[in-house]
Design a protein around this ligand. Structure first.
Ligand code: TYD
Length: 139
């Protein structure tokens, strides 16, 4: 599960127009995986935290389609904080990272493009277990 890949912001196409802007994604070109599932997070009450787990296999792109929120990514060694507030940037989150979404603004809408279908077995919900899996793999 150890993943040497880093989380990173990917700038998406933005077609500017007097009638309004348009952005899009296409799997395997702007998105470095095949998209198997799309879900979105909305109506988050102030102060609530989403995520707070790691995925063994799931890679994802997180886009703040509306409003803003922070995403904290932890690879067991370093923590990275990303502020998402533009609908033409996607945060690429490799598999094997602890990730948490927080500080949602009112009416924010977070879109997640996932490399896997929903599978509860892919979740690691306990932080100590996450660290111990990584530690065991290093030995
Ligand atoms: P969860 O992934 O724990 O949400 P978050 O990481 O944002 O806190 O999912 C919350 C609930 O929704 C959980 O019971 C599983 C269910 N769920 C699905 O049924 N399908 C899905 O694609 C997702 C993402 C969640």
């Amino acid at each position: 599960m150890i993943n040497p890949d880093f989380p990173k912001m990917i700038e998406l196409p933005k077609i500017e127009d007097d009638r309004g802007n348009l952005s899009f994604v296409e799997q395997l070109s702007f998105i470095p995986f095949e998209i198997k599932r799309v879900y979105w997070i909305y109506d988050v009450p102030g102060g609530q935290i989403r995520g707070g787990h790691a995925f063994r296999e799931q890679k994802e792109i997180i886009i703040a389609l509306s409003g803003s929120f922070n995403v904290v990514i932890d690879n067991g060694i370093n923590k990275y904080l990303f502020f998402l507030n533009r609908s033409y940037y996607g945060l690429y989150v490799p598999s094997g990272m602890w990730r948490q979404m927080q500080d949602f603004s009112t009416n924010s809408l977070g879109l997640v493009l996932s490399s896997t279908k929903f599978n509860p077995k892919d979740y690691i919900n306990n932080y100590d277990e996450f660290l111990s899996i990584l530690k065991n793999e290093r030995h």
